[in-house]
Ligand binder design. Structure first.
Ligand code: ADP
Ligand code: MG
Length: 396
């Protein structure tokens, strides 16, 4: 699947609506941006548009304001940071509808940048309201989507607007499509998926779909606990989603019938309390003490996973092996990142916010073929689903 990009159309002198993912972590107390990597990712797109003499109108969501104006979720701090990054003034519209923003958009000069206020301050955004989409579209002459992280959502600014304007991909979107397409449709084999993290309910469906695509699945992190429980072992106070124990069992049965190997942790690091400085120890996954909780995978598990990865030609990793926010329990994920980094000629794809953070903690991000900016979006893509935000763009 090839989509038109900003290189394929003339944007000179035009007002371009650029949908980005500036959903960055902000310290509520100080208003400072804790991690601006999502902003930096879009700089090549913004730079190209400005060089071409486009007038750039940027729209993004931030957090979950639930359709209401919430000063804590204003894009104000983002505008200030963006100005520093592009070394150019960023004009700010304190709303994305109405006469004032129309005036601001229409008075832009080539190379100017206008940042709209949080698109989700209006409930119409997530409802994909056609009038809202039309109003946003009326600000511009071209629509560019560079927000891969929300491409699996059907919202006004990710899908609705594309009906009213020529719609193309930015550079972030282009790269995501390039790398993920291969893994989704024509992966080099053996193909190994590593699934961890905490969002069991959302990742269970993904696992089922991956069974038709991959040769092996390695399961770690909070995700593994539900499987360990399904195997009949007690996991103490570990994170488990009880209502998915049956689905975990089904996934294992299906894997067996399809000849896909599923590997679960054999040893785990357990802690007495869910705290970084809690007493902790390594135990067999069959011997989690009552009242304790699984926080990370153990050394043997990583050894076994490393052996299973040897010779792999495509590896997709989504979801950390442990509680990476707590130093002592980030070890398994860090070691796994090291293993993946040495897989020479394999396509290695990292997806998910926390997984990307884990590989960055150990400075290995550049060692992988692709670190995706989207968690849920990259998983749906890898399942083989067509993402609505990508489908809405013009075919190349
Ligand atoms: P990603 O953002 O990479 O898609 P998720 O959001 O699914 O990953 O999961 C990341 C979270 O999973 C992290 O916050 C981490 O603390 C948590 N996690 C991993 N292992 C465990 C565990 N054993 N118990 C509880 N939480 C865990
Ligand atoms: Mg996450």
């Amino acid at each position: 699947m090839k989509k038109k990009t900003i290189r394929d159309i003339d944007v000179t002198g035009k007002r371009v609506f650029l949908r980005v993912d500036f959903n960055v972590p902000i310290d509520v107390a100080t208003g400072s941006i804790l991690d601006d990597s999502r902003m930096k990712a879009v700089l090549p797109t913004i730079g190209y548009l400005r060089e071409q003499g486009a007038k750039v109108i940027i729209g993004s969501h931030l957090g979950r304001p639930k359709g209401k104006r919430d000063p804590k979720l204003s894009l104000g701090p983002v505008a200030a940071r963006l100005g520093e990054l592009i070394e150019h003034e960023v004009k700010v519209a304190n709303c994305c509808l109405g006469a004032e923003v129309q005036e601001a958009a229409h008075s832009l000069e080539p190379g100017d940048v206008l940042l709209l206020e949080n698109l989700r301050f209006h409930a119409e955004e997530e409802a994909n309201d056609p009038e809202y989409a039309k109003a946003l579209a009326s600000l511009a002459e071209v629509y560019v989507n560079d927000a891969f992280g929300t491409a699996h959502r059907v919202h006004a600014s990710t899908v609705g607007m594309a009906r009213y304007l020529p719609a193309v991909a930015g550079f972030v979107m282009e790269k995501e499509i390039d790398y993920l397409s291969r893994a989704a449709h024509d992966p080099a084999r053996p193909y190994v998926a590593i699934i961890g993290g905490a969002k069991i309910s959302t990742k269970m469906a993904v696992l089922e779909h991956l069974l038709d695509k991959v040769d092996k699945i390695l399961i770690g992190g909070g995700m593994a606990n539900t499987f360990v429980k399904a195997e009949g072992f007690d996991v103490g106070e570990s994170l488990v989603e009880e209502e998915y124990v049956d689905s975990a069992r089904e996934v294992m049965e299906k894997a067996e019938s399809k000849g896909v190997r599923i590997l679960l942790p054999t040893d785990v690091i357990v802690a007495e309390r869910f705290e970084a400085d809690s007493p902790a120890k390594r135990v067999s996954v069959k011997d989690v003490p009552a009242g304790w909780r699984i926080m990370d995978v153990g050394e043997t598990t990583i050894d076994v996973f490393a052996a299973a990865l040897r010779g792999a030609k495509t590896v997709v990793w989504n979801g950390p092996m442990g509680v990476i926010e707590m130093g002592p329990f980030a070890h398994g994920s860090h070691r796994l990142a090291g293993v993946l980094a040495t897989l020479g000629d394999a396509d290695t794809i990292i997806g998910g916010g926390e997984t990307a953070a884990a590989v960055e903690q150990v400075g290995l991000a550049s060692k992988f073929s692709h670190v995706s900016t989207g968690g849920g979006a990259s998983l749906e893509f890898l399942e083989g689903k067509e993402l609505p935000g990508i489908a809405a763009l013009e075919d190349a």
